[in-house]
Design a protein around this ligand. Structure first.
Ligand SMILES: C[S@@+](CC[C@H](N)C(=O)[O-])C[C@H]1O[C@@H](n2cnc3c(N)ncnc32)[C@H](O)[C@@H]1O
Length: 272
């Protein structure tokens, strides 16, 4: 399927000390800050259709055999566990994550021994192998801080996919909500969690903090940083990295993607 490609802008140089634009923030910061509450906050996210999408394509492509599968930014294994349950085959699965704390949480899930993990920055290293499916869910692709790191990650993916395997990305389509935002995430008698974020449209960059005030534990900060891309910017960067778009949907149940879609599920194959 052909899609028009949008030029990738030269994003403004970030004044702060690192490519995340937030001094002290690095590849493992998100996972280290969220590992203790990730499953409690996000286990019931509404992206089961993404798992159905992957299962449908795997069932077609690897109908009678076990697949080799790689998840980028596996976190606590929330999606990996659903995929294992959904597939009848005994696939081998590898999850990479830059946060040892996230992978420690994953190890408590009791996943089968055919699941392995690797602690690394996905823009610098990926496990060896020739994968049938590489996937990255729930906006995790936006955790990469720059065009260079995204491009490096996608080049690594292109070198790890079977000739007829694919990469599947689930991400939101960025909206126009520029500026600062403060909202309440939760309130109990003993604690309140505030969500504070700052969106810079020019640099396609959002940084935020969940701030928890608790009677027993005091104040706890959980920082996060996203650098987002439109679908067509992603396609442009993917093309240079050796991947080409196969198809794109608005949902994992196959709803057509349109210019109004708030989310996209995109499948790429290697172009080499
Ligand atoms: C939003 S969570 C998603 C976790 C899981 N895939 C899910 O959907 O529940 C993003 C994950 O990506 C990891 N991550 C962020 N930057 C990374 C990087 N450069 N390399 C590898 N993992 C990264 C974080 O540690 C975190 O576990």
């Amino acid at each position: 399927m052909a899609w028009c490609t949008e030029a990738v802008p030269n994003l403004p140089h970030r004044e702060q000390t690192n490519e995340y634009g937030l001094p002290g923030y690095g590849a493992s910061s998100y996972g280290d800050a969220f590992a203790d509450i990730y499953d409690e906050w996000y286990e019931s996210l509404d992206d089961a259709d993404f798992v159905r999408f992957m299962t449908t394509h795997l069932d077609t492509y690897c109908a009678q055999r076990d697949a080799l599968i790689l998840e980028l930014g596996v976190g606590t294994g929330r999606l990996l566990a659903q995929l294992i349950t959904a597939r009848l085959q005994k696939d081998s699965l590898v999850g990479v994550d830059s946060s040892a704390a996230m992978l420690a949480a994953l190890s408590k899930r009791g996943l089968p021994s055919r699941v392995s993990t690797m602690c690394c920055d996905m823009s610098r290293d990926l496990p060896p192998g020739s994968f049938d499916l590489v996937f990255i869910g729930y906006n995790t692709i936006f955790n990469l801080p720059s065009e260079q790191s995204l491009s490096a990650c996608l080049s690594l993916v292109a070198s790890r996919i079977q000739p007829d395997g694919f990469l599947i990305i689930d991400a939101v389509v960025p909206n126009d909500a520029d500026g600062d935002n403060v909202s309440v995430r939760s309130i109990t008698t003993d604690s309140v969690v505030l969500s504070i974020s700052s969106h810079n449209k020019a640099s396609q960059h959002i940084s935020g903090q969940f701030i928890e005030f608790s009677k027993t534990d005091g104040v706890r900060l959980r920082p996060w940083v996203l650098t987002y891309w439109t679908p067509s910017q992603l396609d442009t960067i993917a093309t240079v990295a050796g991947l080409e778009l196969m198809d794109r949907y608005a949902t994992g149940d196959g709803q057509p993607f349109t210019s109004d879609s708030p989310r996209h599920i995109s499948r790429y194959r290697t172009s080499r």
